[in-house]
Design a protein around this ligand. Structure first.
Ligand code: GLA
Length: 730
């Protein structure tokens, strides 16, 4: 077992391949404290590291039951309102109005494997993969149990944490805050990495020094959001892609979140992550439980790159499910940027005919095929075919596409309802709204109240009906607005604080039902581009549309941030037409192809209308995809240079697990006068293997390629790119 308890020392030690996480129990009260998280330790005798010292200003000794102890002690999970004045992990409201919680150890259990989280997305693992420690803490006065769960993977440097609360008392209480993890560390000159953005500009990486006080990212939009990402990394201020300590924290959840770092007066650092406490209040009846979502913690002593690769391996093998998990995805062509709402059967078939001849494997019909959806002001919720556009019906179209040897995919936005829709006229109370207040419109639409079973059932039935009416093999599940005006016909003063989380449970239930009933369906999540690109959604769909920005240059920073935590196989990336519809930029078709190859790969253009010289490049791009996708999907990702940082060029590579091949993508964003070819140091090769650079006679040892590098020829013009492929020779 890679988790052990030392009875005498009262120390729990959790080991992964290269890391240890150590927890100690102190005092007669049995406070549970944090001792160590870092490089692997061989022994248990590290209790001396436990900070039980009292604050320097405390005049008397043996003062443990006073705030001096609580406010210094590095806890595994904090109570509230009893003397630790740093931010708390949990708080409650009792019938008498009290909020205090004081937690000590009640019991523990260690077992092989990992349990499912009821109703929530979660990483998984068999007995051979991981072990779990469950520490049950309790507040003796409230008779409230707080079960901290830690799963340590054997071969991956990942520890998964979650929290479950059970009210064992006689009285109901309200849970007003519940973080999924808390980690108290010594403040040691850390930087923090977070991701920020906007629509069409998601997950731009920000790195800055951790300062005194609190700093955080979060969302109260009802989705993980375009603006801030449920991820935070703490790293040595000198850490690079290859060196230094890095601690990553990633929330497996798609709704409101908070990730917060707090540096206290005693130079300690508290990291917390969980559901955002704003507007959260969960009723815990006597005997009932609440399960909070999980956080994936990854520690790397070898820089940011190693953290990325651990997340990639964990998500590829222990989060993503379904029949496409380990499979190459069909190259798709999506008609959104090609036609927007103006399409009909003939137009789509013309695109499909041309596309199939070029080697494209699936047609995806985007928004606009249902109800009277002629623009984005109407018809969401009316999931029946618009026969004015789709003459002959959906099955006819799908059959014709299938006859071309192509698969067919379809777009839905199941969580929404337009005020101008048959659904709204029949069920106005199904939209989220506060009685007496006109809810804010966003993109002309409201959100369905998925906290209600009948709404979830209706939505599922609508999807099921369409999906069984023709041979539909792919669904793009979109979600194009944030949640506001939280209320609804069945929401009252007691339940409104449960709304955001219950909404997410409704979404998760819908997607679980969908992939259970249609196990061979390829599901791609999307949210106005990448507003819900998070590990929660990855549990249901193996890929997510990365951003509505398809410009190859804008995509560099978006895909860099995304690939820092997510495997390339999950990033929806397409080649689109120019001038780009979001930024008006013209880039070479070749560059657009190279950048999209780092993701799922597909097209988002009217292939009957693009310039001939672009169209003739498609078969070549298609064969590049087939040649490189196994490597891109399954290999180890290394970042060499970041355009986001250097403002001139971008470079990343993927090395196969057996280190026999390596693909390097180089994008020269801006050309410069008076500089020559660029030297690139390759990473992650086997130093002893000999590699040949495709298209050249050059055969070099891995060590030479890594230490001395290769030369990338200067390219003429801006926005130019080049792929370099290394393969082992005997
Ligand atoms: C969102 C998606 C786009 C497209 C439109 C359709 O913006 O991200 O890809 O599907 O909706 O309305």
């Amino acid at each position: 077992m890679n988790i052990q308890y030392h009875e005498e020392l009262k120390i729990f030690k959790l080991d992964t391949k290269n890391t240890s996480y150590v927890i100690g129990v102190v005092d007669e009260e049995e406070f549970v404290g944090h001792i160590y998280y870092g490089k692997k330790l061989d022994e248990f005798q590290v209790g001396y590291l436990m900070r039980t010292e009292e604050a320097p200003f405390v005049p008397s000794k043996n003062n443990r039951d006073r705030t001096s102890f609580y406010d210094c002690f590095p806890v595994e999970y904090t109570g509230h309102g009893v003397g630790d004045f740093r931010d708390s992990s949990i708080s409650v409201k009792t019938k008498a109005g009290h909020s205090a919680v004081c937690l000590t150890l009640k019991s523990y259990e260690i077992y092989a494997g990992k349990k499912k989280l009821q109703g929530l997305p979660a990483t998984f693992g068999e007995e051979a993969d991981c072990s779990t420690l469950e520490l049950t803490l309790w507040d003796k006065v409230l008779n409230l149990e707080v079960m901290l769960s830690y799963t340590a993977y054997r071969e991956l440097d990942a520890i998964i944490r979650s929290v479950k609360v059970k009210n064992c008392g006689q009285e109901s209480l309200v849970l007003t805050k519940i973080m999924s993890m808390c980690l108290d560390m010594d403040q040691d000159g850390y930087d923090m990495i977070t991701m920020h953005g906007s629509w069409a500009r998601e997950r731009h990486v920000q790195r800055k020094a951790v300062g005194l006080g609190k700093q955080s990212v979060g969302s109260v939009r009802g989705e993980s959001s375009h603006q801030e990402h449920p991820f935070l990394a703490l790293l040595d201020d000198k850490a690079t892609q290859e060196s230094g300590n890095v601690y990553g924290f990633h929330f497996v959840y798609s709704g409101n979140f908070l990730a917060q770092v707090e540096v206290s007066q005693f130079d300690s650092l508290r990291m917390m992550m969980g559901i955002h406490p704003t507007d959260f209040a969960w009723n815990l009846q006597a005997g009932s439980e609440f399960q909070a979502p999980e956080v994936v913690m990854v520690y790397s002593s070898e820089g940011i790159g190693q953290m990325s690769r651990t997340y990639h391996d964990l998500y590829r093998n222990h989060l993503i499910r379904g029949s496409y998990k380990d499979k190459k995805r069909p190259i798709l062509i999506n008609n959104w940027e090609a036609t927007y709402f103006e399409f009909d059967t003939d137009k789509l078939l013309n695109i499909a005919r041309e596309a199939s001849g070029l080697g494209i494997e699936m047609l995806v019909m985007d928004d606009g095929w249902f109800g009277n959806r002629f623009d984005d002001n109407r018809a969401l919720g009316d999931w029946f075919v618009n026969e004015e556009k789709l003459k002959g019906g959906l099955k006819y179209l799908v059959d014709e596409v299938n006859k071309l040897g192509m698969k067919f995919g379809i777009w839905f936005e199941p969580e929404m309802i337009s005020p101008d829709s048959e659904l709204y006229r029949a069920h106005p109370d199904w939209a989220i709204a506060i009685d007496g207040r006109t809810p804010s419109l966003c993109r002309g639409q409201y959100v369905l109240d998925l906290t209600r079973k009948e709404v979830v059932d209706y939505t599922f039935e609508s999807l099921r009906k369409i999906l069984t009416s023709a041979n539909i093999e792919y669904v793009k599940w979109d979600m194009n607005r944030q949640l506001t005006d939280i209320g609804g016909a069945f929401t009252n003063a007691d339940s409104v604080g449960e709304f955001y989380h219950r909404y997410m449970l409704g979404v998760y239930e819908l997607q679980e039902r969908l992939i259970t009933e249609f196990p061979n369906l390829l599901l791609e999540n999307c949210s106005g581009g990448g507003a819900r690109f998070d590990p929660g959604m990855l549990y249901y769909s193996p890929q997510i549309w990365c951003s509505d920005d398809t410009d190859a240059i804008e995509r560099l920073a978006i895909q860099e941030g995304t690939a820092m935590i997510y495997p390339l196989s999950t990033m929806g990336a397409h080649v689109s037409d120019c001038p780009n519809h979001t930024v008006g930029r013209n880039t070479p078709f070749e560059t657009r192809g190279h950048v999209a190859l780092a993701g799922t790969f597909g097209y988002e253009l009217d292939v009957t209308k693009i310039p001939e010289e672009d169209r003739t490049m498609i078969p070549e791009q298609v064969s590049m995809y087939h040649k490189y996708n196994d490597l891109v999907r399954t290999g180890d990702y290394y970042r060499i240079a970041s355009y986001h940082e250097n403002h001139f060029y971008d470079c990343y590579q993927v090395v196969s697990k057996d280190k026999t091949e390596c693909l390097i993508t180089f994008v020269q964003v801006l050309n410069r006068p008076n500089y020559k070819n660029r030297r690139i140091l390759i990473k992650g090769l086997n130093p002893e293997f000999r590699y040949q650079l495709e298209g050249s006679e050059l055969v070099l040892k891995g060590s030479t390629l890594m230490h001395a590098g290769i030369m990338v020829e200067k390219l003429w013009g801006d926005f130019r790119s080049k792929l370099l492929y290394l393969k082992v020779v005997q």
